[in-house]
Write a protein that binds this ligand. Sequence first.
Ligand code: ASP
Length: 584
Amino acid sequence: MYRSHNCGELRATNINEEVTLAGWVQKSRDKGFIVWVDLRDRYGITQLVFDEERTSKDMMRQAQNLGREFVIQVKGTVIERASKNPNIATGDIEILVTELNILNQAILPPFTIEDETDGGEELRMKYRYLDIRRNPVKENLIFRHKVTQEVRNYLSNEDFIEVETPYLIKSTPEGARDFVVPSRMNEGEFYALPQSPQTFKQLLMVGGMDKYFQIVKCFRDEDLRADRQPEFTQIDCEMAFIEQEDILNAFEGLTRHLLKEVNGVEVEKFPRILYDDAIRLYGNDKPDIRFGMEFGELNEVAQHKDFNVFNSAELVVGIAVPGGNSYTRKEIDKLTSWVKRPQVGALGMVYCRCNEDGTYKSSVDKFYDQEDLSKWAEATGANAGDLICVLSGDTSKVRAQLSALRMELAERLGLRKPNEFAPLWVMDFPLLEWDEETERYHAMHHPFTSPKPGQIELLKTDPGAVKANAYDLVLNGNEIGGGSIRIHDKETQSLMFDYLGFTEVEAKAQFGFLMDAFQYGAPPHGGLAFGLDRLVAILGGQETIRDFIAFPKNNSGRDVMIDAPAPIDDEQLKELSLKLNIKS
Ligand code: ASP
């Protein structure tokens, strides 16, 4: 038996017991006649004591030579500490060691294994196994376990079953590039790793598994914008014989369960907002509604004066910054520079101070009188003491710019509180999205998403206006899940492929299996997938998904610990019928 107790377990009630512990040396203090060692494992820290009077000379010497991160086993007696440490759970006791076994030595770790470490991100990733010994990382992994456990509990209780789907498949269109795997047995042919199990879960519905879920890895080869991983985990779900309302209720239920069990937070029924309204009010399809600052459109009240910047703009739109009237001129200038940075891209910013006495003072007073400005205040919901920030220009650009400003200001004002949770559904996404690069419409969600009833005809005349039975679940300004009611008949699915620019031959080659399946009695179905990594991070009150993944990749998609990706040798290439460096 390596240990009778763990290092977080012993209390004053255990005094005088003989125990065996094993773990890592966190640190030791050597006073010559007495040595204290902090012994650490996953559960906590227990203090060991060796002293001249009661410990043999040999053991004393051994104890003095214990280095950080040595793996040791000790036997000893639990005794009361002379000076107690109220900061740790085992702080009332210590172990008077009677036997010491060094199980393994350790070289000096490249960074300190402490809550606050001196190791930078790259170094910690290279030695991630050491990083995992640190409390913050360890606790995140335990937290993630708790979330996945609760997901499984909830969905199993609701009669969902977890079914595994294959990783070596054919492309699934989720809008990214595929990672591909060459097949040795099928020369010149490749599998694709799933961007999601989308088609398989639909086939499970055809197979009669009417409530499916899976906690599953997905793989997308995309340029890694901030905080994305090439492999990530979804809670993937699908249901048959349901309407949109059933899906929303089922997964609102799951989210509410998680908030309650994991965070102890009870949330009211989730608000719902139409995609178009989210864009109009927040400039964003994943609005953070923990705070207000909704957009106020000002075209009617700000155009047709003599201010040409506004007159020539497609949209003039503003937000009220709570308490913003206290900003100095310099601070407002800084804000203006902030929105003019290339990352945001605004041409400038007009502002209006809402003074405590009910008067207004704007940067464009030449063109607008007090009455005009009071209308700005009304449209943006500004009160005395606020500052109205106004941007103008091309509608979609200006909305995105103001959305960026809204989030930045909320951050600065401390309105994005990590322990406050504001979920909402964003509904009725457009079915298609125009892609500037390929000059074609693409499925905004994926090509299996059904259009709103009666809108299929509109595809011919005004494709961009067609709305889908598609919804996203948004939490604190992050999309944590998304899904749709699917097309479940062959004709509509073929039509959809046709509109998306697939020839009949291409559609058959890529998705013939699905359309074939639809001919054998496909039930109406729909579903959604949650991004588990992000969900866990948000529930954990943090932003970075990497902190909740045991072995994450860096921004170039590399695992710096195992040094992957890596070249393969010629023999392997030959076996796979591959040749490198073929330039087109
Ligand atoms: N497969 C979709 C995704 O990965 C989710 C869904 O439609 O269920 O985003």
